[in-house]
Structure formats: C-alpha cells, structure tokens
Design a protein around this ligand. Structure first.
Ligand code: GLP
Length: 243
C-alpha cells in the first residue's frame, strides 16, 4: 500500500487526478472504475482542466461506475448517472459508447446485476478503480456485513448511509432506500485501486479500514488484501495513519 498525505482537499484532488491521468496516458484504452460522492468531485474538476489543457485524452477510455440509487434515472439530478455527466463526462472527449452506468430504473435485480457483471468482464477488467469511503466503512454501496464474495447486486442502504447522503436530497425521506452496487469481489478484481479520503470525519474509519481487522463489518478493510492500493488522503483524514 502506498500512502500520499496531502495538505487539503484541493491538494488531494490534484494528486488523485494526476494518478488517474497517468493511467490514461500510459494506457489510453484504460478501463476506469469511477466513484461518486463529495470526495472525487475535485479530482474530476482537475481532470477536466487537464483535458482542456491538452494533457489527457479520454477518446479511448472506458468507464464503469460503482453504484446507482434504485429508482433514479439519468435525468434525475440526484442520480449518480447525472452526477457523472455533470461533473466529468460532459466536459471531456469520452466516447458515450464507452460509458457504463448501472441502471437505477431496472426493476429486475438479477437481470441488471448480470448485465453489469458482463459489461465489466467484456471490458477486459478494471485497470484502476477509484474509491471513496462511507462513514461506516462502505465502498461503493457495499454496506457493513456484505460478503466479500459478491459481484454486482442490489442492497438495502443502512440508516447511517441514508443519514450521510441526505445532504444531496431535499429531505431524508427522499433518499432512496435501495441501490445497485458493484460487489466487493468486482472491486477487488481491479488491477489497481486509488483510495481517496478527505476530512477529519474520515480519519477513524480510514485507520480502522487500513490497520484494523479485515472483516465484512468494515467493508473497506478488504483492501488490505489487494496488492496494488494507493491511498491519497488529506492531513485531516490521514491524522491517525502512522507515518
Ligand atoms: C456514497 C457512495 C460511495 C462514496 C461514499 C462517500 O455512499 N456510494 O461510493 O464513497 O458516498 O461519499 P463522500 O465522498 O461524499 O464522503
């Protein structure tokens, strides 16, 4: 595991964007596993700047996103699909045919999960998976207690996640109760993992994930078993990580 301690959110975002850009530059047809939430926003902003400056070209890149709320379509501004177009895809030269998102409007769980697992497999596998961490240790929407053996599946969100994500909705009642997510097994198959965290509220869970027992109760702890993880965190998030 490699650790990069950065000054603050902007510095973390710049470092993460540089690592993603380096991946695309060294392999233009990279398959990027992408994440949502507040943590990656700055990195996406920076990638757009790098693209505009002519430093990175997305024309051959393929993306697969981690998760999506059940019941929200791509036109809903609260969906992860909307978030991705708004913060990255609409501003770079990615081929729309190479963008893969889970379909929150698909009601057949088995069909959607199998479709997405096939998408990942046919892409040749994820070269670099970007991950944030939920306050309860979730990655994607793999909540505490999820088996490490799962591929894409539908989950019931925990109260802690609903509480943490309600800031993106008008009220807590509007937060969808279910989501589709890539499973831990799908995430662990990625060749490289780029794990980002920002803020004091992530310090304890980041430490527990990377130095505590490896257990499904702390989904991110599985990353200790991956052979190529780069952690980029700001000082506040890294405050409990030994130097
Ligand atoms: C959501 C997403 C996760 C993300 C987490 C943390 O629940 N499903 O993929 O890592 O939020 O979000 P934030 O970066 O906003 O703290």
């Amino acid at each position: 595991m490699r650790f990069y301690r950065t000054r603050d959110y902007d510095d973390m975002s710049r470092k993460a964007a540089n690592i993603l850009a380096a991946q695309i530059i060294s392999k233009p047809r990279s398959v990027l596993g992408l994440a949502t939430g507040s943590s990656p926003l700055g990195a996406y902003r920076r990638l757009v700047e790098l693209y505009r400056a002519g430093d990175v070209d997305f024309s051959e890149a393929v993306t697969v996103n981690l998760d999506e709320y059940v019941g929200l379509g791509p036109d809903d501004s609260r969906s992860y699909s909307y978030y991705m177009f708004d913060s990255l895809f609409d501003h770079v030269n990615i081929d729309p045919a190479n963008i893969n998102m889970l379909n929150g409007l698909e009601t057949d769980e088995a069909r959607e999960s199998a479709r997405y697992d096939r998408v990942i497999e046919r892409s040749g596998g994820i070269d670099m998976q970007l991950l944030g961490i939920g306050p309860n240790g979730h990655i994607g929407f793999n909540e505490p207690g999820t088996s490490f053996e799962k591929d894409t599946h539908r989950v019931k969100l925990t109260e802690s996640t609903i509480e943490a994500n309600k800031r993106f909705f008008a009220s807590e009642d509007e937060v969808p109760r279910h989501a589709y997510t890539m499973g831990i097994r799908s995430i662990m198959r990625a060749r490289k993992i780029l794990f980002i965290a920002s803020g004091e509220h992530k310090a304890e869970i980041l430490h527990r994930s990377l130095f505590g027992p490896i257990t499904p109760q702390v989904p991110a702890s599985v990353l200790q078993l991956h052979s190529d993880v780069t952690v980029v965190g700001d000082e506040a998030a890294m405050s409990m990580i030994p130097t």
